[in-house]
Design a binder for this molecule. Sequence first.
Ligand SMILES: C[S@@+](CC[C@H](N)C(=O)[O-])C[C@H]1O[C@@H](n2cnc3c(N)ncnc32)[C@H](O)[C@@H]1O
Length: 216
Amino acid sequence: MVLDPFAGVGGTLLAAEMCDRRAVGIELDRRWVKIYEEVRKRFGVLDGALVPCGDGARPIEARMECGDCLRALPRIASRSIDLVIADPPYGVGHRQVFRDETNFAMISKDPRDLGNLPDLGAYLERMQAVGREVRRILKDERYFVVLVGDRFMNGEYVPLGTKVAEALREVGFAWKGLKIWWNKSTLRRLRPYAVKMSFAPNITHQNVVILKKTKG
Ligand SMILES: C[S@@+](CC[C@H](N)C(=O)[O-])C[C@H]1O[C@@H](n2cnc3c(N)ncnc32)[C@H](O)[C@@H]1O
């Protein structure tokens, strides 16, 4: 059983279905839940691929609940989940930064949206609160995988993947690995940042932070 507490339009759920795993998602924004429900209606799984319904495909079973994951996670039984994959907002202040630059601006005005928290400290605290719940619902020694991009904020590079990993280590996870994901489909257009004054490379990757629930 795979759980995604920041499920968006359902990438994790669909991938789990394509691998014949059961899955469940939580997503705050009703717009993305609706899109996922539309996909569920129109597509099914056949031989590990998503295909239009009616071609011998089996239905997509994974359900997505609309709500704040910090309210929904406590209702999930302890030690009932095999893997948690989370793709939370990448830090705070998305509304300004991502508005014009991306094709994947999943931003909202909801104060419960982690991307709308006042600063990075509040964001990391909220991620730890999510981490505590994730630790409780995971079976022993299972994995919590967090996709998170680094950021450029206030004139400096912020290694958000590392910061999230360190914050989650404090609430009972061991950091087992890091994969760098160059995802062409969500790539932001390259921009000339601060030409002539200084060099600020574009951030073109996301981190896949791999954590394991510690014993005890
Ligand atoms: C980077 S996107 C996830 C994209 C997702 N992987 C997909 O396949 O579409 C982050 C998501 O977290 C959601 N989110 C932010 N705060 C949340 C919260 N407190 N509870 C649940 N979802 C939240 C946002 O609405 C957004 O859709």
